[in-house]
Ligand binder design. Sequence first.
Ligand code: URA
Length: 452
Amino acid sequence: MDDVSDDAPVVVAYQTIQRKRDGLELEAAELEGFFRAYGAGTVPDYQMAAFLMAVFFRGLSPAELAALVEVNLRSGAVVDLSDVSARKVDKHSTGGVGDKVSIPLAPLVSCLGVAVPMISGRGLGHTGGTLDKLETIPGFRTDLSLAEFRRQVAGIGSALIGQTGEIAPLDRKLYALRDVTGTVESIPLIASSIMGKKLAEGIDALLLDVKRGPGAFLPELDRALLLARTMIAIGERYGREVVALVTAMDRPLGYAVGNALEIEESILLLQGEGPPDLRQLTLAQAAEMLVLGGVAASLDAGQRLAEQALADGRALAQLRRIVEAQGGNPAVADDPALLPQAPVQKVVEAERDGWVAEVAARAIGEAAVALGAGRATLDAAIDAAVGFHITAKPGDRVGRGQPLATVHARTPAQGQAGAAALRVAIRIAGEEPAAALPLISHRVTRAGVAEL
Ligand code: URA
């Protein structure tokens, strides 16, 4: 990270916090100086936490947002992938429960000739993180150096890493702080976090999966659409094409929630199995990326290419290549039992006949964090093996005693606690419930919003 240079403005941190708290607009230089000082360690976590909370309530002006994107992006190196001839396209999700799409998507799209340089985050709040999931693969390194990252993208078409000390290190620090200070759910903070690191990774285009519904950081559709438009506008300023799909996060995606469990489900998908909703969303995102990458002329053509690559094993073979290149054991692609396994498994059954009225994504995400699958404090370790496998979906007809889910836990007491949480989160009603949110409801581009 850059040091604070001699000519940077003197940042009096508490005054910057007060100005933001009082709703005044900060000069770009003041905002950048404050964030750079935080990156350099001279503004402590507690002052940044107070500032972030002020942003949560006051928002950022367009000029402040532009300054924050710029400071995030410039906090580390901007990767130059100009020697990779394929178009470089990444995808980022605003965060969900059970959202493991990036894991099958990167091999699926990159095996079809679009380069996918992917920089991902860790679990945030009640949502899981791609990095935490990937690190459950024995040996898998997410901390490649910039040179290794570049070499791997040029060599096999994809690499999946975290914000290293080299790429967007400021966002890594802010992200971890926001995770434990109740400051995630802010449009400018989410937009600057995502776009800062994505613009640093050398991409030509970006696909965003913007979640909405009670399990998303921004549950309301209008806020999800505003976030999508905000990120598209940031991309435009930097000359990058950005497309966003708005997708459902009222229930978890797929069946698995928990780090190793989600890797296992991703592998099943690449083996041609896996839950239908995960398959549908992965194929839709792959089609968008193949069009953005210039490999498919239409979304239909992209979808067909992706379906073929799943069916004939090319995407699975590409996962093996990526895992091996990053030091992991490629045999997991054929034998997910090599992943960490929880010692306790407890089945949760329906307590009555009826319809599944709700599978509450947020409550399930929070229960997964309580089991150890996510972090409650900055330096907490996560438990790779724990989580849930929930096959019940909203609208399913179920009979008393029918299995709805399995809790994977470290101890019997945790298994009981997880089961109790699921009995509340999976609500069974006597009458057929209203339809859940459509899996993919809107497509947002520079041209506007299309309802699907
Ligand atoms: N994903 C990110 O990378 N940052 C956020 O702030 C939220 C989701």
